[in-house]
Design a protein around this ligand. Structure first.
Ligand code: PBG
Length: 352
């Protein structure tokens, strides 16, 4: 019952506001503080800062290679040398964390996704190169098998087409150790297998990686908004079926609370809600319920929607991108994974 009350209480101080003695118009004119920029800044409740941004980038093999992602205008897949430059730019702007997503060459994808366990795979090489060149930026990696499996699923597939939960856990644990060993600071299990946070946390403890942080994709929905990402990592053509047996049903909210509670109990340091804009209620509810460091992932489809409208001249990018990002902060996010991170950071830095 206590938990339910907490959920329904707003996260901010607006409880106090509603308890104030009612004073009516004209003593109260809510437009008064809106009259000047200085005043709007003074009373602004929520701020977006560079410290809020996590920048996901896509990695390809090769040297000095940059390949545009068609459904994500402005986003390129980068070879590792260019990814290092990107990380340098991000660090210069003050972005705290960069996340690397590999586009595994197709000949290295297999039903078991074993390339995920190769200490010299694209992701691990990118992590090592970035940590060596830019030691002060945090580096994050996904934990999931989809960039490595020939069937495009996040877990192992049985002969009759089921995703095998417990068998997958063993592989995810190995993948986590390999990525931690490469120098990854934050692991983001995005696979949605039951029990993975606990399994990974105890393997990290046993393996001497007790400082590696876990940001669990706690509430990750079976969403249509991931399609451009799947193009970016090269798994869209191969994906057989959908991910509805492991990612959450978009109609559910209590289940998100249960997912987050389990991940926290199993050892997550931070939790994430994904996608972002269509799930702000979930973000607000998890932040209010658990008071954990809580993140939103503004996913590839959200990026694509905004960019499509901006490129058509239908929306003003300077306004709507920041407006969408501030929405996450308002709903309770401590930070946002966004493909707009570098551009947004530059804009924020130019302001002062
Ligand atoms: C992989 C993963 C996905 C995303 C992040 N990690 C895709 C998926 O689950 O199919 C989506 C990110 C985005 O759309 O920007 N498990």
């Amino acid at each position: 019952m206590a938990m339910k009350d907490d959920v329904e209480k707003p996260a901010t101080a607006d409880t106090a506001a509603t308890q104030m003695p009612a004073t009516g118009f004209p003593a109260t004119r809510l437009r008064r503080p809106r009259q000047a920029d200085w005043s709007r800044r003074l009373v602004r409740e929520t701020h977006l800062t560079v410290d809020d941004l996590i920048w996901p980038i896509f990695i390809i093999d090769g040297d000095n290679r940059r390949e545009p992602v068609a459904s994500m205008p402005g986003v390129d897949r980068l070879s590792i040398d260019l990814a290092v430059k990107a990380a340098e730019d991000a660090a210069k702007c003050g972005i705290p964390v960069i996340e690397v997503f590999p586009n595994t060459p197709s000949e290295l994808r297999s039903p078991s996704g074993s390339e995920a366990l190769n200490p010299d795979n694209l992701a691990c090489r990118a992590v090592r190169a970035i940590k060596a060149a830019v030691p002060d930026i945090g580096v994050m990696c996904d934990v999931a098998l989809d960039p490595y499996t020939s069937h495009g699923h996040d877990g192992l597939l049985s002969d009759d087409g089921r995703i095998l939960n417990d068998e997958t856990l063993d592989v995810l644990v190995e993948q986590s150790l390999v990525q931690a060993d490469a120098g990854c600071d934050i692991l983001g299990p995005s696979d949605m297998m039951d029990g993975r946070i606990g399994a990974i946390r105890s393997a990290l403890e046993d393996g001497g990686f007790s400082d590696v942080q876990l940001m669990s994709y706690a509430a990750k929905y079976a969403s249509g908004f991931f399609n451009p990402f799947r193009e970016a990592v090269g798994s869209s053509g191969t994906l057989s079926g959908d991910k509805k047996t492991y990612q959450m049903d978009p109609g559910n909210t209590n289940e998100a609370v249960r997912e987050a509670a389990l991940d926290i109990a199993e050892g997550a340091d931070m939790i994430m809600v994904k996608p972002g804009l269509a799930y702000l209620d979930i973000l607000y509810r998890l932040k209010t319920t658990f008071a954990m460091p809580t993140f939103a992932y503004q996913v590839s489809g959200e990026y694509a929607m905004l960019m499509a409208a901006v490129q058509n001249g239908w929306l003003d990018g300077d306004r709507v991108i920041e407006e969408a990002l501030i929405a996450f902060k308002r709903a309770g996010a401590d930070g946002i994974l966004t493909y707009f991170a570098l551009d947004m950071a530059k804009k924020l830095n130019a302001r002062r």
